[in-house]
Design a protein around this ligand. Structure first.
Ligand code: DAH
Length: 341
């Protein structure tokens, strides 16, 4: 017993405590309730009674040594931390925090909005859940007219009185809301999501983005429309872009046109994206139909205007060389991370 105590005493004196981890190991070995010292105290009862006081004193001494050493080390580490002397490895790489970024659709929409607001357009928005009458009737789609079939509609509720609720198939109903709400002159763009019940593929999805434009004033002509679109296209697609207006039909404009720009991937020579034609369609447009103005309480004898509506997503796909439109809607972090702020 005596020898054991002596060798333990020496061991404790020699134990090197240079880190908090060493201290913890020291504590566990010697001073905790089930440590070596406590164990020796347990053996005291089998020591001969005459020897007990002396051995007991030795044990107390041992315990004292261990406790003092442990307390001194603890104090040293505490003062190192509070004195700012904690060892920090300055060569370690810093921690990176993940920051959000702008979705590529919002980047392109943002650019479109900036170009039009520089030309004096303000921004108007409308609901994605829309009344049938705003989405179709007020825009001069006659009931049962086949033009309604151009857009496969998601109906939400079917009502007897024609006030069906649907997911808007285009941003044009926002034109109606703005005209009902404000007096001309009006100059707005209306960006937003639209929905169509179409077969889903890499090229088309059930939801996509449009940007609508509406300008109502006195003596607005088709030449004003062309100049505006041309100025927009030069800023959006490059200063040497060429435009082509093809006659078309929309119930809410007369005359109507579809606008193509020279393919900005091949410069108009013809490639896979423009299907060898050299042209990319960017929007529909036209002079606002007098019936639409009348439906909104605006006198077509005094006021005239133009409107246009363009798809946003295709420009996003082409600009960032994304080959599947579904990637724009899945919010896959692996894709979004590639568009840092
Ligand atoms: N709303 C049409 C569509 O979704 C696009 C459009 C065409 C909008 C001509 C217009 C316009 O404002 O004048 O296909």
């Amino acid at each position: 017993m005596e020898n054991t105590i002596r060798s333990l005493q020496q061991e404790i004196i020699d134990f090197e405590i240079s880190t908090p981890e060493d201290l913890e190991a020291f504590r566990i070995r010697y001073t905790v309730r089930k440590g070596l010292i406590a164990n020796l105290f347990g053996q005291l009862k089998s020591v001969e009674p005459a020897e007990k006081p002396r051995i007991g004193q030795m044990l107390n001494q041992l315990k004292q040594t261990a406790e003092t050493k442990s307390a001194e080390a603890a104090e040293k580490f505490a003062s190192e931390v509070s004195g700012g002397k904690r060892k920090i490895d300055l060569t370690l790489p810093g921690r990176r925090y993940f920051t959000g970024s702008e979705h590529p659709v919002q980047k392109v929409l943002g650019e479109m909005k900036r170009i039009f607001s520089d030309m004096g357009f303000s921004i108007a928005t409308g609901p994605e859940l829309e009344l049938d009458s705003y989405n179709f009737d007020m825009l001069n789609f006659p009931p049962d007219h086949p033009a309604r079939d151009m857009q496969d509609t998601f109906f939400i509720t079917r009502e007897e009185n024609g006030n069906d609720v649907l997911l808007r198939t285009h941003t044009s109903p926002v034109q109606i809301r703005v005209m009902l709400d404000r007096e001309p002159p009006i100059r707005v763009i209306c960006p937003g999501k639209v929905y169509r019940n179409e077969a889903i593929s890499a090229r088309s999805y059930c939801v996509f983005h449009q940007l609508e434009g509406l300008y109502i004033d006195k003596n607005v002509s088709f030449a004003d429309l062309k100049a505006t679109i041309y100025s927009f296209a030069k800023q959006m697609f490059g200063s040497d872009v060429k435009l082509r207006f093809r006659p078309s039909f929309f119930p809410f404009t007369e005359p109507s046109a579809e606008v193509d720009v020279t393919c900005y991937l091949c410069g108009g020579k013809g490639c896979r994206v423009c299907k060898k034609s050299g042209w990319l369609e960017i929007m529909g447009c036209g002079m606002v139909h007098p019936n639409v103005l009348r439906n909104c309480g605006i006198d077509p004898e005094t006021w005239s205007g133009y409107a246009f509506g363009m798809g946003v997503d295709r420009t996003v796909l082409l600009r960032y060389k994304i080959d599947d439109i579904r990637l724009l809607f899945e919010n896959d972090i692996r894709m979004l991370k590639q568009f840092p702020a």
